[in-house]
Design a binder for this molecule. Sequence first.
Ligand code: CAA
Length: 285
Amino acid sequence: MSNTFGTVAVLGAGTMGAGIAQVCAQAGSKVVLQDITEEFVQKGLGRIRDFLQKGVEKGKVKAEDRDAVLARITTTTDRKAACRDVALVIEAVPEKLELKNGLFRELADVVSPQCVLASNTSSLSLAKVFAGVRGQERCIGMHFFNPVPLMALLELVRTDATSQATIDAVTAYGKQLGKEPILVKDSPGFASSRLGVCLGLEAIRMLESGVASAEDIDKAMVLGYGHPMGPLKLTDLVGLDVRLAIADYLKKELNHPGFEAPALMRRMVAEGKLGKKSGQGFYKH
Ligand code: CAA
């Protein structure tokens, strides 16, 4: 199968990186999945294997497709080697500006001049993520949603420097991944996180002040507004730590009281109640 990017490096094998690697491989790309330790890489690969296996059990994925997808994914802990010969790099490392910026500065000299550089950041300024990186025209945000193989949206974020050719190529690839791309200007929280995080934080404030139980707050949005999942359950899915970091960032950037992180959220994160990944959040998992 031919597509816009035949070879892709995905940096970071966490929940998002693993999901992104999976959908790229499902679209026919050869994928190099990289993380800093062999343990992280294997955990990411295990996530992909489990998802595909469940797909087979549900009758959604053919066994031969599962095997073909897995065969298209190779893994490494060597970031530079992962990126040397690829057409697209998608970064999905933790949401720390210095980490992402340092990574792209390092890679810009390693990859080919045509290689598109994409960040999966959910809210950080892309201008800052790509600051000082050579070839700003090929830099773009590709924001995926969790669980990546099931969610239809791909939020593309352009900076003032992103070229139309880059936008066109990434839009075409997004469609090949089975996603519906939207195009958003580089601004704090883009379109999705700015709205989604605001709703999630307000739900936590309501729980904190005893307005209703977690179940009933979630039901209000699921049954009353047709959301597939309530805001508290969704915060569990995304991770309280991830959402707290976004909230703090958006509060600083937008200076809007709606982004003030509730004390309950900070306490839960400090106690390691991070949601689905830790087994306990607003719900037991
Ligand atoms: N392989 C293939 N298909 C699978 C599958 C698998 N392993 N697992 C599930 N599916 C399919 C199911 O068969 C089903 O398909 P049909 O609709 O054709 O029947 C579909 O996927 C939905 O699966 P389920 O019925 O098992 O689950 P569900 O209906 O409860 O939906 C969900 C699950 C898609 C996660 C839904 O609850 C949802 O949309 N939740 C909201 C998620 C969300 O908002 N995510 C965004 C988070 S914010 C973010 O990610 C951004 C950030 O930067 C932090």
